[in-house]
Design a protein around this ligand. Structure first.
Ligand code: HEM
Length: 507
């Protein structure tokens, strides 16, 4: 026998033994639990050391959905040595949180996101404890639904600025464009105002493209299941292959950018300049009393900017893409705006409650185009049991919110864009609520701000423009592995648009 064939035989034997040992270990784990009358939720077995990680490399949500079909809406899966419990049903998610809210409201402090990107600080990646409580309390003061009404006038100004910039950049509707950077700038400006009391003056300001790039990198390297290195500690010896280097660079870049903004607020406060009330000022003033160090302040601000900008902009871009492809929805939304707002002023936040169809368009976009398809994983701090399934302490809980919002038993024809289903009192009305902002004490802190921003953007764009999608299939610059960029033609809807937007050179 040749040495090559011999080596192959040895490798095959060792692999088989490793797989057997792994299967035995899992069988033993399950048997041990069964002996004391406990059974884990069912789930796939996976492979030695890595568990199910190899099946989740490309599109984790596809693998998760296939397992949900096979094992049901509550199943367990090992990723490396970490047990994950995946919930794909809204009723079960609500059930878990209604009965054991506090038990399920921690997070696993992951190696990449928590340890490197946020340097063990911040809110979203922190386990449930004193530091999370303090940070959550400090930030909530500036973001909860009591605080947001103070920002509404500013959000309206930013929306009007965004519409005007779209009008100008598209040369009064003659040039197709990608509106996404404009939506990102609006969201960035809203956050910069809340955090630092400042804003960018144009979409071409370098901070807009820089921050968009950082948030996209953040999304790529911190997606809930993207990092084998979080669950297989042995991989940490290979920083070049495992995203560790990228996470370090992201940390440096994000902290560098936000440190400069925080330092400027600090300098202005020390020079006794007039600094508007903003989160950075509040945190700097409270540093001693709240035992915050410099990095705490910077990471809190950076985290909010990372959490906010791209997700909010992504929803608005998806909304525009959907409207461009649904002439009936567009016409119905515009008819509502003409009726409620008229053509001599822009829709404002005072109109929101009188625009149920626009709200329904927003809800339907969020249902279909969830910008955080698997939410942010939770962790349970105590052993728990749900409908006979044992969920051991320190399991990572994935709320598969996309599966929940595509549940055909709640939303008939779940892949269809149909705002009508959110209109109360109509034949199609379902009103199941949807969990894209999360559930329980760890639910999104920015929801009130994001919802107002998106609603104002939706109403403003529909008020101002006829939206038409431009075909990008022949775009030679498009990258093969990236989604086609959104390109739309935004034609002013009526002859009052330029005047109301304050654009003097109107046709
Ligand atoms: C469309 C926009 C947004 C979506 C879909 C979204 C979604 C989410 C989700 C799913 C979570 C995890 C909830 C859970 O664990 O149950 C979360 C957490 C969080 N979000 Fe958002 N978010 C959005 C915008 C924002 C904005 C604008 C901000 C800040 C200004 C923000 C700040 C946060 C923070 C700080 C957390 C961590 C909460 C915690 O762990 O205690 N988000 N968000």
């Amino acid at each position: 026998m040749s040495s090559g064939a011999h080596n192959f035989g040895t490798v095959a034997l060792l692999s088989t033994l490793a797989a057997l040992a792994y299967a035995l270990l899992h069988a033993f784990r399950r048997l041990r639990l069964a002996l004391v009358g406990k059974s884990l939720p069912p789930g796939p077995l996976g492979v030695p050391l890595l568990g199910a990680l190899p099946f989740m490399v490309a599109r984790p949500e596809v693998a998760l959905n296939q397992w949900a079909q096979k094992y049901g809406p509550l199943y367990s899966v090992w990723l490396g040595e970490q047990l994950h419990v995946v919930v794909s049903d809204l009723g079960i998610a609500k059930g878990l949180f209604e009965t054991q809210n506090m038990v399920f409201s921690s997070r696993k402090e992951t190696f990449l996101k928590s340890g490197i990107v946020f340097a063990g600080r911040g809110i979203s990646a922190a386990s449930f404890g004193e530091s999370w409580c303090r940070n959550h309390r400090l930030v909530a003061k500036y973001l909860n639904s009591d605080a947001v009404p103070d920002y509404l006038a500013g959000l309206e100004v930013e929306t009007a600025e965004m519409l005007k910039a779209l009008y100008i950049k598209s040369q009064g509707g003659t040039l197709p464009l990608d509106p996404h950077p404009h939506f990102a700038r609006t969201s960035l400006n809203n956050l910069l105002t809340v955090l630092f009391g400042l804003r960018t003056d144009t979409v071409d300001h370098p901070l807009v493209a820089h921050w968009l790039k950082l948030t996209q990198e953040y999304t790529r390297i911190t997606a809930p299941l993207s990092n084998a290195v979080d669950f297989v500690p042995g991989l940490r010896r290979f920083p070049a292959w495992t995203g560790i280097g990228r996470a370090r660079r992201l940390h440096q870049s994000v902290v560098g950018t936000c440190s400069a903004l925080v330092s400027d607020v600090d300098r202005r406060m020390k020079a006794e300049e007039d600094v508007p009330d903003c989160l950075a000022r509040h945190l700097l003033k409270a540093k001693e009393e709240e035992s915050l160090d410099d990095l705490d302040v910077v990471v809190l601000c950076a985290e909010l900017m990372l959490a906010a900008v791209e997700k909010t902009a992504a929803v608005v871009s998806s909304l525009v893409a959907e409207i461009a492809g649904n002439a009936d929805v567009q016409a119905r939304g515009q008819a509502e705006l003409d009726r409620v707002v008229g053509r001599d002023r822009l829709p404002g936040s005072e109109h929101e409650k009188d625009l149920p169809y626009i709200s329904a368009i927003v809800k339907e976009t969020e249902r279909l185009h969830n910008p955080l398809p698997l939410g942010v994983p939770h962790m349970n701090t105590e052993d728990a049991t749900y409908r006979g399934h044992f969920i051991p302490k320190n399991s990572v809980i994935i709320l598969n919110t996309t599966a929940m919002t595509h549940d055909a038993s709640l939303y008939g024809e779940p892949n269809k864009f149909d705002p009508e289903r959110h209109l109360k009192g109509t034949a199609k009305s379902t009103d199941q609520g949807y969990p894209i902002f999360g559930i329980g004490p760890r639910a999104c802190l920015g929801k009130p701000l994001a919802q107002h921003e998106i609603q104002l953007a939706a109403a403003g764009i529909l008020w101002a423009f006829e939206i038409e999608r431009v075909d990008t299939s022949a775009d030679a610059t498009a990258q093969e592995d990236a989604p086609a960029p959104l390109r739309v033609k935004l034609t002013p809807r009526h002859n009052r648009v330029s005047a109301v937007l304050g654009y003097a050179k109107a046709a």
